[in-house]
Design a protein around this ligand. Sequence first.
Ligand SMILES: Nc1nc2c(ncn2[C@@H]2O[C@H](COP(=O)(O)OP(=O)(O)OP(=O)(O)O)[C@@H](O)[C@H]2O)c(=O)[nH]1
Ligand SMILES: [Mg+2]
Length: 461
Amino acid sequence: MTVRALSERVLAGEPRAIARAISLIEDEDPAGAELVRRIFAHTGRAYLAGVTGAPGAGKSTLVDRLIGELRRGGRTVGVVAVDPTSPFSGGAILGDRVRMQAHVADPGVFIRSMATRGHLGGLARATAEAALVLDAAGRDVVLIETVGVGQDEVDIVRAADVSIVVLVPGSGDEVQALKAGIMEIADIFVINKADREGADRTAASIEALLSLESFGDGRWRPPIVKTEATTGRGVAELAEAIERFRAHTASRLGERRRARAEFRVKELLAHRFVRHVSDHVLAAGEFEALLDRIAARETDPYSVADDIVARALGWPTGAGGSVDGRRPDIQVRLDHVGIAVADVNEALAFYRDALGLGIEAPEDVASQRVRAHFIPAGETAIELLEATAGDSPIAKYVATRGPGLHHITLRVDDIRAALARLKSKGVRLIDAEPRPGAHGSLVAFIHPSSAHGVLVELKQA
Ligand SMILES: Nc1nc2c(ncn2[C@@H]2O[C@H](COP(=O)(O)OP(=O)(O)OP(=O)(O)O)[C@@H](O)[C@H]2O)c(=O)[nH]1
Ligand SMILES: [Mg+2]
């Protein structure tokens, strides 16, 4: 089936298409990325609820109860459960299916487990994209269950519209959660297994933590809901707390989703960049060799990273010392090549008609008595220079040397810094100070005697 057909079936809400789509995403299949692109415009309607907590806290049982609550309210539900115990989703499906068995036959409920391991692009990405599929498939609410143990989980929960943190009495969970950075992202606290001893004490310690913060200015104060997932006690209160949070944050949902988009784009960028580096920048085995050199203290991680960034972006490496992951001060790129022509129509016949290049409208540079015809050519350009008066420097050039290469122009970010550097290296400059050029640019010329017979123009846009 084509990705297009698959995405149409996902949009129609077909369970088998949803399952297939999520598998593509899990497998890092390029078709999965293509599918996400196709369905993205149709997402953003579902409400995403993240449920996190320690292993065995009763998350799945609670999610199962929440599904029941939501179904009674007439909502359709999608569930993405991240199972930490099984390396393969096959095992996970079984475990969560058992917990959420009551809903297996309900077409209004779609439950999918994800393995925690084997996600090159990150578990958070795979989970978020699986949630997008369920969103596109028209599920009203998507519940994301994940074990709160590390950064991955924090990222997953952060990606939800509401973050529910499940704690268990007497387990010291709240301390663990605090360490993992999960306390800060909780919108609702659940103390599950409230039938056990110590529920009130756990509630009191969360209260104590919350009291350290001020919740003025209509800021949401996370409520603490006690539940007993096995019997369903307290679940209606939890559903109600979710609704209250949803109403409270309705006006700020866009902001939250924007933050989510920012996180997602940055994550994708990092992922794409690393992949580009390993596919196109580093030679086979080079990365390992660099690691060996770092281990032997022959180089350091910062220099290695800077060097790789510079190489990936085509910046000069090594010479200028550390680029600190940012663009070096003096970055040089070929802006254009200037050609002095005797007969512009003949020249245009070659560049435009024979080579097939596009020509921009000519521009007169009165001070030089030239007319410049710009011909964009890929990342750089060709500039045909036609004299407009007998005393034009171009006319003199053509008269003494004949038509041909007149100058090359190098684009720099900071022309003053470039001139200072050239001067310090003993380069002979025609212009010690930059002067105004076309289109509000600044330009300066380097003498051909220093540039091996070529007139070099520096230009800062
Ligand atoms: N006593 C009691 N047991 C509960 C409660 N909720 C869940 N359990 C039990 O706790 C165990 C774990 O429940 P799960 O729902 O699988 O917990 P989980 O957090 O999803 O577990 P993982 O996904 O493996 O991290 C099961 O035996 C549940 O029956 C509760 O409120 N009280
Ligand atoms: Mg579970």
